[in-house]
Ligand binder design. Structure first.
Ligand code: NDP
Length: 327
């Protein structure tokens, strides 16, 4: 048994339910490793868990994503050893100085990738990877709409699409954010806070309806995303940063031109060990090669976790925020 410090959700609610305190961490159980956490990633899924939209019964330590160094291994663990550098995108309790994790979601962080970058890259990187490769196999000649393009997923998705030769129409809520999207290779830039008719602006910029609309903003942009598609285009609703999309009349897909709509999530795209390793490897290789840039837009100590989430939810961030055990 060891003592650790963690960011707890005391009860479901807003930022004031977060509390940093000490807690006991037992020795790792069978099939688990104990990890000294170098950094944890700040994600919208943490917000949904804190609010009670996603599973998690308080009190619990927040955080699905992190990276660190293995300090002990439980019975039966052969894939990892003490001293190994590991990261994960889908495990609980990451915002703690020490955490026991099952081996299934763990991947090895290669030497060329810093642990803080790994904690910033895995969840959003593998999300952008499945969105650009599996949900829709984007390629040259395609036009893709990417909302919140200066955000965590947005920046990575723009880069992966541009690398495939896809033309990107990027949206964001300020000219500073659009400048980031432009630097990453987006061909067309739209400030959706300023245009009166977003779908018309997208069609005008692209010269036609887009082949695929990647929408993690949700409630505020869903209608415009749908209206931006070409006939038989694909609507990919992958999140609800502005709120969840209300129930939807399927007849609208007919009226829009035999449209497709999907609501994917990362867990369904890490189906087995080989898929997890494939996505993580491609993300890490691209980072190490310099072809995928991870912007750490903020690095907060655990004690300031509430400020980090307030910034994310308040649209005051670009790139990825991480939490570190101390300043
Ligand atoms: P971001 O860094 O993209 O932050 C969210 C951005 O959304 C804001 O910066 C803001 O950009 C935009 N936004 C527009 N309206 C609002 C609003 N009312 N409140 C807050 N933000 C708003 O976050 P992430 O990259 O972490 O996540 C983006 C989306 O992807 C989320 O919906 C998340 O749930 C989803 N996601 C889905 C996954 C999946 O597998 N399905 C996995 C990972 C994330 P701007 O100011 O430019 O409008």
């Amino acid at each position: 048994m060891t003592t650790a410090r963690g960011v707890f959700v005391r009860e479901h609610g807003e930022h004031d339910v977060l509390e940093v305190r000490e807690h006991d961490v037992p020795d790792p159980g069978p099939g688990e490793v104990q990890v000294r956490v170098a950094a944890a990633g700040v994600n919208f899924i943490d917000v949904y868990r804190r609010q009670g939209i996603y599973p998690g019964q308080p009190p619990f330590v927040l955080g699905d994503e992190g990276a660190g160094t293995v300090t002990a291994v439980g019975e039966g663990v052969t894939a990892f050893a003490v001293g190994d550098r590991v990261g994960w995108a889908q495990a609980n309790g990451s915002e703690s100085t020490l955490v026991n994790q099952p081996v299934e979601p763990l991947v090895t962080v290669p030497d060329g990738v810093d642990l803080e970058i790994a904690a910033a890259a895995l969840l959003q990187g593998m999300t952008a990877h499945y969105l650009a490769n599996s949900t829709y196999a984007a390629g040259p000649g395609d036009v893709a709409l990417v909302h919140a393009a200066a955000g965590g997923v947005g920046q990575l998705l723009v880069q992966l699409l541009v690398a495939k030769g896809t033309t990107v129409v990027a949206t964001a809520g300020s000219s500073e954010k659009l400048e980031i999207a432009r630097r990453l290779g987006a061909a067309h830039l739209i400030n959706y806070a300023e245009v009166p008719d977003l779908a018309a602006a997208v069609r005008e910029a692209a010269g036609r309806g887009v082949d695929v609309a990647y929408d993690g903003v949700g409630k505020a942009t869903f209608d415009a995303s749908l209206a931006s598609l070409r006939p038989r285009g694909l609507m990919v609703l992958f999140g609800g940063a502005s709120g969840q999309v209300p129930p939807f009349d399927l007849q609208r897909l007919n009226a829009g031109g035999s449209l497709f709509v999907t609501r994917p999530k990362l867990a369904d795209h890490l189906g087995d060990r080989s898929e997890l390793e494939w996505r993580a490897r491609e993300v890490f290789e691209a980072i190490a090669a310099g072809s995928l840039t991870i912007e750490v837009g903020g690095r907060y100590p655990f004690d300031q976790a509430a400020e980090a989430y307030a910034a994310l939810e308040g649209r005051r961030t670009t790139g990825k925020l991480i939490l570190v055990p101390s300043g």
